[in-house]
Design a protein around this ligand. Structure first.
Ligand SMILES: [Mg+2]
Length: 202
């Protein structure tokens, strides 16, 4: 597996450097560093890291607000760093794609396992989102194919099975997807049924 790409965000430069060193030593790639929430959003857009390790308390935009924006725009998981006094803020973080948080001071023994867990969760979420998209595509295709079949059955006066065969054979000869053929049939049916016939679906 390639090295995970991580961005480190903290307004304290010494802490930022410490964390960066721990991550590099553990074999990660630190692709960007930021000292404000605003810069974190900008650099998240630019570098698209796999994970962001981000301080909660920073001047101007805090880490939770930045996490929310990053979640909405880029869906990059965030591991928050907080002080004991700020743990109340964590409750706010529920909807911000925060995959975990660490309480300062941060030690290597705490940081690396938390990063591992966060990256694992992010992989699972990515896979899950991919599955959902695939499923949605299949369901949409099925709906369109059903509709296209109905149109062909009516035009050619053929049974459902033959209508399906027509669509499939057109896909194969034209190296196109079922969805595209179905969309074509539906679109042209609305304009002029003779144009569907002129598709010459065999
Ligand atoms: Mg801070």
């Amino acid at each position: 597996m390639s090295k995970a790409r991580i961005m480190v965000v903290d307004d304290e430069s010494i802490l930022r450097m410490d964390i960066k060193e721990m991550l590099i030593e553990a074999g990660y790639d630190v692709v960007a560093e930021a000292n404000t929430g605003e810069l974190a959003i900008e650099l998240a857009a630019l570098h698209r890291p796999d994970l962001i390790v981000m301080d909660v308390k920073m001047p101007k935009m805090n880490g939770i607000k930045a996490s929310k924006i990053i979640q909405q725009s880029f869906k990059i998981p965030v591991l928050l760093l907080t002080a004991y006094s700020e743990t109340d803020l964590i409750k706010e973080a529920r909807n911000a794609n925060v995959v975990g948080y660490l309480v300062k001071p941060i030690s290597e023994q705490d940081l690396i396992p938390a990063v591992e867990v966060a990256l694992g969760q992010s992989e699972r979420i990515k896979a899950l989102l991919g599955n959902i998209q695939e499923l949605e595509y299949k369901m949409e295709t099925r709906k369109l194919v059903e509709k296209a079949k109905g149109i062909l059955m009516e035009i050619y006066k053929i049974p459902e099975e033959d209508a399906y065969k027509k669509i499939r054979s057109y896909c194969m000869t034209n190296r196109t997807s079922m969805k595209e053929v179905a969309e074509y049939v539906i679109k042209h049916r609305q304009l002029d049924s003779r144009r569907v016939s002129s598709l010459n679906l065999r």
